[in-house]
Design a protein around this ligand. Structure first.
Ligand code: ATP
Ligand code: MG
Length: 286
């Protein structure tokens, strides 16, 4: 019987779209999505389970799923024994403590004897213990930001990305103590066959991630500047140089890191490059 790797992903929410995009970019054909909660890829030994994100660490830990994509915050909060395979670089957010705007905050001592509402009691408690703060942690599962306004709590600890939800609820962020992003986790006990499939999937994921950071660049250069311009284009090996129909000019192409893009462009321009084109790369295998 064919071995199939089972991956648990969020059905609907802030992780789901990016997770499915990633699987698609990895070349997995997952037709039949939508209402179906279990889909087998038609061209790769992978089955996808669509779940609430809260359930993913538990299912990966007990082997219902072999691997899963979940926020690091949820994996940590649940505390199940799972292995961190890879950081995926999306769904970046932080856990912060916020208090009503009208109060002065001078440090973590403020939180002593206060009631803090959160969906992340374990992560929060660990932080409070580290700071030697003695507060009352109240677990609530959603709409945490409303807790102070309805006198359910004096402070909240919740996920923040831009801070606009806090602001809208009259709160201000006073401590930011935990950073999270989407991670790929795996069951600590995978068979050799399943590990092999995971390795293949990881090879694809890394290629997709590498490509995302790279840009393909093409430009025209006067022949007497080709050598200088080549030093600005690190590329995978060295830039490709082809003569243009116009006498004395060449076309050069290479791959550059997105972060270096503006720096490199200035140098290219300064060296006399013209018609600089930059294009996205879908996959990158070196
Ligand atoms: P579910 O219905 O599956 O239980 P949920 O409501 O618990 O979903 P989401 O709001 O979809 O969870 O968030 C999923 C994960 O995305 C969070 O655990 C966190 O890691 C990350 N996340 C949450 N909010 C943001 C944000 N504003 N920006 C970026 N990432 C976020
Ligand atoms: Mg959830």
């Amino acid at each position: 019987m064919e071995t199939i790797l089972r991956i648990a992903v969020q059905k609907k929410g802030r992780l789901s779209e990016k997770t499915q995009d990633l699987l698609k970019l990895c070349g997995l054909d997952l037709n039949g999505g939508g209402a179906q909660l279990k889909i087998k890829a038609s061209n790769f030994p992978l089955e996808v389970l669509f779940l609430r994100d809260d359930d993913i660490p538990g299912y990966v830990s007990n082997g219902v799923a072999d691997i899963g994509v979940v926020g690091e915050n949820v994996a940590d909060e649940k505390g199940y024994k799972v292995d961190l395979v890879h950081r995926l670089g999306f769904a970046k957010c932080r856990l912060s403590i916020a208090i009503p705007r009208r109060f002065e905050y001078e440090g973590t001592e403020y939180l002593n004897n206060k009631r803090i509402a959160t969906s992340y009691p374990n992560i929060l408690q660990k932080y409070l213990d580290k700071k030697g703060v003695n507060a009352q942690v109240n677990e609530i599962s959603g709409s945490v930001e409303i807790a102070p306004a309805i006198e359910l709590a004096d402070a909240v600890c919740d996920i923040v990305s831009t801070g606009s939800t806090l602001l809208a609820n009259g709160l201000k962020e006073v401590e930011s103590f935990y950073k999270s992003e989407a991670i790929l986790i795996s069951s600590p006990e995978l068979s050799k066959e399943k590990k092999d499939i995971l390795d293949k999937l990881m090879f694809r994921i890394k290629s997709v991630q590498k490509a995302k950071k790279s840009k393909y660049i093409v430009l025209n250069a006067p022949n007497n500047k080709v050598k200088e311009i080549a030093t600005y284009l690190p590329g995978m090996k060295s830039p490709t140089v082809t003569p243009l129909a116009e006498e004395g000019w060449s076309s050069m192409s290479s791959v550059i890191n997105e972060d270096d893009f503006w720096d490199i462009c200035e140098k290219l321009h300064g060296a006399g490059a013209e018609g600089i084109l930059v294009m996205p790369i879908e996959k990158s295998i070196y």
